[in-house]
Design a binder for this molecule. Structure first.
Ligand code: NAD
Length: 693
């Protein structure tokens, strides 16, 4: 894939920046991308290998505590652009990517680094301010500057079209001047980093190299462009390939976070979190409700992104977002009730109360199968309680992670209260090295077990929501076999079986077994398999290519040990990671398919002679996430469920989560709880106060 240069959109002369880069300059390895404050496509920053901050309308004075009125003020500012370009700049520095700041771009960088502006050049306008066309004047480069090295010239001619400039008394501490106007006034014409250790290429210039009439010969345009392009070609950000599982095609390559960028983000979060904690709870709740509104508004676009990278049918992506909205609503509605101080007793002149203090900086390492649902379980209550959050989406749902970050910011979550880390295992390991105040993990047992051990040394809270091998028992007293078969098939195959609480083992009473299995197979056969974007498709591709082998091995192992294949059993040939929905009978607990998490479109159905046998088999697992019983008798169902060591029990339903009750696992399915009052308080530490009046 080509490297990308992100050019910040400007309403004036944007095309000139674009055209400055000829096809010969770009070759077959570089391309340009528009970063537009109007479109707010901040997620595209993660695809860029270098940036240009362009010229244009003056930076809004409120951005740098400038005077609101000054000579030649444009009147209409673009504060959204200032904020958007701040993101570009911060991103370039965090990821050490080359950047060229032109005119306003240079002024903005000086501000962002802590410097000041001259709001109007006054007398200097005669020489610098654009009139009918750009003006021309000489500049002198500073010896020992990067600019001097790049141009190879002590002096040269440049164009001029500005009425603001860097204040000579307000040059940011980290920057140095690399060129002055060649006259007595010595207006600052360029900036660069003073100390270039650990910095990437940065040149700031006050003139417009893209508009200099002899730009292909003039070293103050041509050489700058050449060196900037060389710096981009030499930059080596590690890339994460985002693949569409429905086709196997590359969707995008994203810059991965490095140990350095993650550590910086953690530091920024810890600096800013105290202010967020001091923010009123009402305001935090309001921001989270804004997020919910933004998410609802963007439902179609975010669903499309989710489907593109995880392969779930579009309608299931929409359903996921609707589910997330319902959870956010419950959490926001109940935050006041469960996070407020509680007076526990008041007698003999002593008040005893509990204050729910935020943990601080929470690290959330997450899974790909329901990035919205499992994400909001953690980052919403964490933010509501006053924590800052470092969220690491799975490497298989990074684009969705970027959408989440963007919408949270849009909703009003302040800068440096929520950061995202792009990457896989390596990024996760870095997070484990850093001093977070709590770790909340959703993922496999294997990774959770490792994370728990690593975090133990830190003596901070750690919660793990892990996998499952969830059993479902159909008793002989059900009234409607067909509808139960349809509901349980949905519980097993929804999201292609890639739910932590998917039904993974089915036990059916022998009195109804034959009928049930027939209806079950009939239901599965009725589903449409195909591209997840197509209408009415129920079974799309699995998300991870490697999972095809896991499922294949389980099927082969079962058949080798005597299972009978009623449906499916193999990959679907062609593009993408498709596997036929598979139904196995004559299975037993010696088979992998009845022991290990399948996390795919496969189910084993076992005949049982009575409830006792069902209980014994249901309980025979290392996992403990959910268990279900279908029966006409609630007491019978509850009697069975009481005997199963799982975090959730279902009667006449399955594969569902509600924000009002805790979501928790037992044994290899994890520990701790999200959702409910327990999940709201999971991101706090209760502090006891004994107050004698
Ligand atoms: P996974 O364990 O492979 O990865 C989960 C996350 O951990 C990813 O972000 C990954 O990059 C990161 N990671 C991997 N190795 C790491 C390491 N050494 N150190 C730190 N981080 C590391 O799981 P997955 O494939 O993303 O998710 C599927 C699993 O998640 C299934 O087992 C599923 O049942 C489970 N899950 C559980 C719940 C629940 O609520 N109980 C919800 C969703 C998924």
């Amino acid at each position: 894939m080509k490297k990308r240069i992100g050019i910040s959109y400007t309403t004036t002369n944007f095309q000139k920046y674009w055209d400055w880069f000829t096809p010969a300059d770009l070759g077959d390895d570089l391309e340009l991308i528009e970063l537009s404050f109007e479109k707010n496509n901040s997620e595209d920053l993660y695809q860029c290998d270098g940036f240009i901050l362009t010229g244009g309308v003056d930076v809004d004075p409120s951005f740098y505590n400038g005077k609101p009125d000054y000579p030649n003020s444009p009147g209409n500012f673009q504060p959204a652009r200032d904020r958007f370009e701040e993101k570009i700049y911060r991103y370039s520095q965090l990821y050490r990517l080359p950047l060229l700041g032109i005119c306003r771009g240079m002024q903005l960088i000086n501000i962002l680094e802590g410097g000041r502006l001259l709001q109007d050049l006054d007398g200097g306008n005669a020489r610098h301010r654009k009139e009918a066309s750009d003006k021309q004047h000489a500049v002198l480069t500073e010896e020992n500057s990067l600019l001097n090295k790049v141009t190879g010239e002590r002096s040269g001619y440049v164009n001029s079209a500005h009425h603001q400039a860097v204040d000579p008394g307000g040059i940011a501490e980290s920057l140095m001047v690399n060129a002055y106007d060649d006259n007595d006034v010595r207006i600052i014409e360029g900036l660069e980093f003073k100390d270039k250790t650990d910095k990437s290429f940065l040149l700031c210039i006050q003139w417009h190299p893209e508009r200099i009439p002899d730009k292909e010969e003039n070293r103050f345009s041509a050489n700058i462009k050449k060196e900037f392009l060389a710096a981009i070609r030499h930059s080596t950000p590690k890339k994460l390939a985002v693949i569409n599982p429905a086709t196997g095609d590359l969707i995008k390559e994203l810059n991965e976070d490095t140990a350095g960028s993650i550590a910086k983000k953690q530091k920024l979060l810890s600096t800013t979190q105290p202010a967020w904690r001091q923010e009123s709870r009402e305001r935090r709740i309001e921001i989270i409700r804004n997020f919910s509104n933004c998410l609802e508004k963007e439902m179609e676009s975010v669903s499309a992104v989710l489907t593109s990278e995880v392969g779930k049918p579009l309608q299931q992506s929409r359903n996921e977002i609707k589910g997330a909205l319902a959870r956010i609503k419950w959490l926001a509605d109940n935050a006041e009730r469960f996070l407020s101080d509680e007076t526990m007793s008041s007698s003999n002149g002593i008040v005893e109360k509990i204050v729910y203090e935020p943990l601080g900086i929470v690290c959330n390492i997450s899974a790909w199968n329901y990035p919205f649902l499992v994400g909001v379980n953690v980052f919403i209550p964490a933010l509501l309680a006053g924590n800052a959050v470092l969220y690491k989406p799975s490497e298989y749902s990074s684009l969705t992670g970027l959408q989440i970050e963007k919408l949270l910011k849009r909703a009003g979550v302040p800068e440096n209260i929520f950061h995202i880390a792009i990457g896989g295992k390596e990024a996760g390991e870095t997070l484990l090295d850093l001093p977070f105040d709590g770790y909340f993990f959703t993922g496999s047992y294997k990774t959770g077990n490792y994370i728990y051990q690593m975090v133990a040394k830190k003596m901070v809270p750690c919660q793990c929501e892990l996998g499952g091998k969830d059993p479902l028992y159909v008793a002989d007293d059900i009234k409607d076999i067909r509808s139960v078969a349809a509901a349980t098939a949905d519980g097993a195959f929804y999201n292609n079986g890639q739910s932590c609480c998917s039904v993974e083992r089915l036990y059916v009473h022998e009195h109804i077994y034959e009928n049930f299995v027939n209806e079950f197979v009939h239901e599965v056969q009725s589903w449409k398999i195909g591209s997840p974007g197509e209408k009415e498709v129920y079974i799309g591709p699995v998300t991870r290519k490697e999972q095809l082998t896991v499922i294949e091995n389980q099927v082969t192992d079962a058949i080798n040990k005597g299972a009978k294949l009623l449906l499916g059993g193999k990959r679907i040939e062609g593009k993408g990671y498709f596997f036929e929905p598979t139904v196995l009978v004559n299975v037993n607990h010696q088979m992998l398919v009845m022991k290990d998490e399948s996390f795919g479109p496969v189910i084993g159905i076992m005949r049982v002679k009575d409830d006792q046998e069902a209980i014994k088999l249901m309980a025979d697992t290392e996992y403990g996430l959910t268990a279900s019983v279908y029966s006409s008798d609630q007491r019978r169902a509850e009697h069975i469920l009481e005997r199963i060591n799982a975090g959730t029990g279902y009667w006449n339903c399955c594969d569902r989560v509600s924000a009002a009750v805790p979501w928790s696992g037992r044994k290899h399915s994890g520990f701790g709880a999200t959702l409910s009052h327990a999940g709201l308080r999971a991101f706090t530490r209760p502090k006891a106060y004994h107050l004698r009046s």
